[in-house]
Design a protein around this ligand. Sequence first.
Ligand code: HEC
Length: 127
Amino acid sequence: MLRFQKLKQGMIVGSLWLAMLGIPAGASAEPNLNNGKRLYKKHCLMCHGLKGEGRFGPNLTDNFWLYGNTTADIIKIVTEGVPDNGMVRWEGKLSETGIVDVVGYVESLKGSNPPHAKAPQGKEYPD
Ligand code: HEC
């Protein structure tokens, strides 16, 4: 019973999250990290570094974020980009599922502390 309630809560939170992101109900928001990694290497590595350590673009592995640290914040920035500052707008270039996958992969790099990391940019979000 408890387990069921937990599951139900998770489902409600899950579908709220989906609605917030504009993902049609029924689509899976569970990121596919293998696909995310593949997309990251293909599209993000050149600016954010092989391990997310930052290069032209910011370090994606630390606790400092220019545009916020929640999954929704990261999905928003990846979707809309900041064309004036050199961050590509990925909407239309990657599918919604692709964006969820690549953001899941970026989130998996958090705290990995790669060598040659770029100096922090933005605001610190403590754990
Ligand atoms: C052509 C270079 C370039 C590419 C390619 C690129 N980015 Fe960026 N990205 C940037 C720059 C530059 C910024 C910082 C924008 C600013 O200063 O306003 C940024 C910012 C970001 C941020 C926000 C970081 C923060 O501190 O809030 C995220 C997340 C991000 N990029 C993810 C990605 C992902 C995922 C991809 C691949 C799908 C990608 N970027 C591809 C250059 C790039």
